[in-house]
Design a protein around this ligand. Structure first.
Ligand SMILES: NC(=O)c1ccc[n+]([C@@H]2O[C@H](COP(=O)([O-])OP(=O)(O)OC[C@H]3O[C@@H](n4cnc5c(N)ncnc54)[C@H](O)[C@@H]3O)[C@@H](O)[C@H]2O)c1
Ligand SMILES: CCCCCCO
Ligand SMILES: [Zn+2]
Ligand SMILES: [Zn+2]
Length: 339
């Protein structure tokens, strides 16, 4: 099968022929129809995180496709069914985290497109317990980004604890952020969008943001305070550490900042104002299978329409260069077959 392989950190991916994987017990083989390209895939290719990906990785964890073969003992999937892979590719199911609704924190978890091969190839493997069940009638291009961007920002917005009618800042209006604006609007929140690129802010307005701030042109903290009175919550999806240091200052007293963006590095946090204003800073990673089912339901009900540009697998290195330059509006989706 044709696949894009990370042959070495920070080197271009090699698009080449590799063997079609065989489904093991409890697994299914999926013919990939479309896959989103997440900035995490770029981090994996660049090797810029503390934990390296598997050797000869096939990235991709927003893969949508059709089950074509079942491994031994599979009982909950059938050939022809439409499924997706996800970052949370599998978890142990028996540890304290798995038992208490936090399978995303399971120490035995496997991660699609990072620890196990993902969807940047014509076929991929899924674990029957964690394969995303795709709603009937889903658009192959639109539904793929829900598998990571969608579930991540949906969970992140829940973690901000922002209520309907209250203000949430979405900082970073890329693949995740432009979908976050839509989930926030659908969840009844008022949205203020922050990015460093006017084109992204235009996209945010298109998707329902009431306030937009270009952090490259003005102080985003002062602008958010002036135009919202301070946000009840801030969701940071940006790929620059600067956005993380700015987030707490955008909050009103008692506000919650949720970080999902993962640029390498650290951020400054002012102790006194964090304590005095009772600011909560929370990390959030993807979502559980239940969160994903809920995020897919928002999509199935027509509340979420990712802005998509379709590209080819052979152009993945060019896509990564444009992503690194912050030039991608919405989400890139690669399509392998028409279906
Ligand atoms: N926590 C999780 O579970 C999770 C899940 C998916 C992705 N991620 C991470 O989220 C990040 C974003 O992913 P993506 O696919 O949306 O990336 P993307 O490249 O599509 O978008 C990044 C956005 O950040 C904006 N940006 C850059 N500097 C900024 C600044 N100083 N202030 C505000 N905005 C700024 C860019 O203009 C761009 O719009 C990546 O680091 C990715 O690894 C985390
Ligand atoms: C710690 C890595 C989290 C990445 C989630 C999928 O983009
Ligand atoms: Zn992702
Ligand atoms: Zn577990």
């Amino acid at each position: 099968m044709r696949a894009a392989v990370v042959v070495a950190p920070d080197k271009p991916l090699l698009v080449t022929e590799v063997p079609i994987p065989a489904p093991g017990p409890g697994q299914a083989l999926v013919r990939v129809i479309t896959t989103g390209v997440c900035h995490t895939d770029l981090h994996a290719a660049r090797g810029d995180w503390p934990v390296p990906p598997k050797a000869d990785l096939i990235p991709g964890h927003e893969g949508y496709g059709e089950v074509v073969a079942l491994g031994e003992g599979v009982t909950t999937l059938s050939v022809g069914e439409k499924v997706g892979n996800a970052w949370l590719w599998s978890a142990c199911g028996t540890c304290e985290y798995c038992r208490t609704g936090w399978e995303t924190l399971c120490l035995q978890q496997k991660n699609g497109g990072y620890g196990v091969d993902g969807s940047f190839g014509e076929y991929m493997l899924v674990d029957e317990r964690f394969a995303a069940r795709i709603p009937e009638g889903s658009d192959p291009d639109e539904v793929a980004p829900i598998l990571c961007a969608g579930v991540t920002v949906y969970k992140g917005l829940k973690e901000t604890e922002v209520k309907p009618g209250q203000w949430v800042v979405i900082s970073g209006i890329g693949g995740l952020g432009h979908v976050a604006v839509q989930y926030a609007v659908a969840m009844g929140m008022r949205v203020a969008a922050v990015d460093v690129d006017d084109a992204k802010l235009l996209l945010a307005k298109h998707h329902g943001a009431e306030v937009t701030v270009n952090a490259a042109k003005t102080d985003p903290v002062a602008a958010i305070q002036e135009r919202t009175g301070g946000a009840h919550g801030v969701l940071v999806t940006a790929v620059h550490t600067e956005a993380f240091g700015q987030a707490t200052g955008m909050c009103r007293r008692g506000g919650t900042v949720v970080f999902v963006g993962l640029p390498p590095g650290t951020f400054p946090a002012d102790i006194f104002s964090t304590v005095l204003n009772r600011i909560t800073i929370r990390g959030s990673i993807v979502g559980t299978r239940q969160d994903l089912a809920e995020a897919l339901d928002f999509y199935a009900r027509g509340k979420i329409h990712p802005t998509i540009t379709e590209e080819k697998l052979d152009d993945i290195n060019d896509v990564f260069e444009r992503m690194e330059a912050g030039k991608i509006e919405g989400r890139i989706v690669m399509r392998y077959v028409d279906a």
